[in-house]
Design a protein around this ligand. Structure first.
Ligand code: GLV
Ligand code: MN
Ligand code: MN
Length: 431
């Protein structure tokens, strides 16, 4: 019976649509995405909706001091640590309806399926959504899960400011999600599983349904501020300019050249450039840009960072500008738990799905949870590999396939009521 249990794909899809309507943005061709930047009113709307669904399902809902929300269904062994399903419901400003949302809502679907069929588990099963996974308003990304596992002090996280000056702690209080539970978590989950869209083209290209994620590549985010001298665009000879816009362009070009030199595992992006005063006939006074460097190999990522730093010094001298940097995020590559990866792979194959082992190019809350418990991820294909784009899409069939794999993985990790302690996944899981 347990092995035959399947989720209700239509019910999960309806929740994805309903959540996607909060902060909805519509593209030129009718694409429907979402803008729910962390700790905005739209984020509060999404949080209220999902927390309401948790309560409707009878879950015990807790909110911690950084705003992470966890809904828990009891197990037959109340003192056992839960198996946690999680992800995030904040989005980038041009977000789709699947990134993050799928992992959380599939978690609710797993619980509703267990409820509907009266299936008990030995361990509790919890569903979490973590604060500010995206990091596009408040850096670093994965802020809530980082604090949850003790990787950043709560006070430091509450003091993080957005480019618009807003402070995490103030915004959390304003939207009513500065919860009473202390952070970091006192007792980590027994295991953590996250279902996510791939956000890249590999699964679709190879015609594979389930990505078995082995780890997450390292992430390095730097904000670069270039200060020059504002001057008249018509009267200032080229040789006398100190032009931050030109310096920003040099750095942007360099990032692309660097990735070509370091090879396929190195990616690099200048995703934000701002000029001040940003006027047609004024040599800019200042430029701010961000550099996002990622690599599955830590040594290579360090090499990329060192090369960028050297280029910044070169541009500073050559262009007579001054350059200051601020580190926004830095996470080493993460390997997921081999035994839990095996459970995901074997389960997907038992359910008849094609599988492929792969690294994740995007950052995920799972990489933080991996610091405190066995963690793994399940990927499903993204149409055209698109994500962080309102056209992001995953087919209903693939969404259901991912949710079914999640359900069956969770059933194994959480164990049946009559299973001996530790029998589900060996004695390695803490009680
Ligand atoms: C965060 O989700 C990232 O990978 O940029
Ligand atoms: Mn995500
Ligand atoms: Mn994202």
């Amino acid at each position: 019976m347990r092995a035959d249990l399947r989720t209700d794909g239509a019910r999960l899809w309806a929740r994805l649509e309903e959540l996607g309507e909060i902060g909805a943005v519509v593209g030129p061709n009718g694409e429907r995405g979402s803008c729910r930047l962390a700790l905005t009113d739209a984020d509060r709307g999404g949080r209220d909706l999902v927390t309401g669904w948790m309560r409707d399902l009878g879950l015990t809902v807790t909110i911690d001091a950084i705003g992470n929300v966890v809904g828990t269904r009891p197990g037959t062994r109340q003192d056992a640590a839960p198996v946690m399903i999680g992800s995030h419901i904040d989005t980038v400003a041009t977000g789709g309806r699947f990134d993050g949302n799928l992992g959380v809502l599939a978690g609710l679907e797993v619980i509703e399926t267990l409820e509907q069929h009266g299936v008990a588990t030995r361990r509790p099963v919890s569903v979490a959504f973590f604060t500010d996974e995206e990091g596009s308003r408040f850096a670093p990304d994965m802020l809530g899960s980082l604090v949850y596992v003790g990787g950043m002090q709560l006070e430091e996280a509450l003091d993080v400011r957005a480019a618009d000056g807003a402070r995490v702690g103030d915004e959390l209080a304003r939207i009513g999600y500065a919860g009473p539970l202390p952070c970091p978590v006192a007792t980590p989950p027994a295991a953590y599983v996250e279902l996510h869209v791939e956000q890249g083209p590999v699964l679709e290209d190879e015609g594979i349904t389930i990505g078995v994620v082995e780890g997450v590549q390292g992430i390095s985010w730097t904000e670069v501020t270039i200060t020059g001298r504002s001057a008249h665009a018509g009267t200032t000879p080229m040789r006398l300019r100190r032009d931050p816009a030109y310096a920003a362009a040099r750095i942007t070009t360099f990032v692309r050249e660097l990735t070509a030199e370091l090879g396929a595992t190195q990616v690099g992006t200048v995703g934000r450039i701002e000029l001040y005063p940003n006027l047609v006939n004024v040599v800019a006074a200042r430029a701010t840009l961000t550099v996002d460097l990622r690599n599955t190999d830590e040594a290579s990522l360090r090499e990329a960072e060192a090369r960028l730093a050297a280029e910044l010094r070169r541009v500073e001298v050559a262009e007579h500008v001054s350059i200051a940097t601020r580190r926004l995020a830095r996470f080493e590559p993460v390997d997921f738990d081999p035994a839990t990866i095996d459970v995901v792979e074997a389960t997907a194959q038992r359910l008849g799905h094609s599988t492929r082992r792969m690294p994740s190019g995007a950052g995920h809350d799972a990489q933080m949870l991996a610091r405190v418990c066995p963690a793994a991820m399940i990927f499903v294909p993204s149409v055209d590999g698109l994500s962080h784009n309102i056209a992001e899409h995953t087919s209903p069939g693939d969404v259901t396939a991912g949710a079914d794999v999640l359900l069956q993985v969770v059933l194994q990790l959480a164990g049946a009521p009559d299973e001996a302690v530790g029998a589900a996944e060996g004695d390695r899981l803490p009680h």
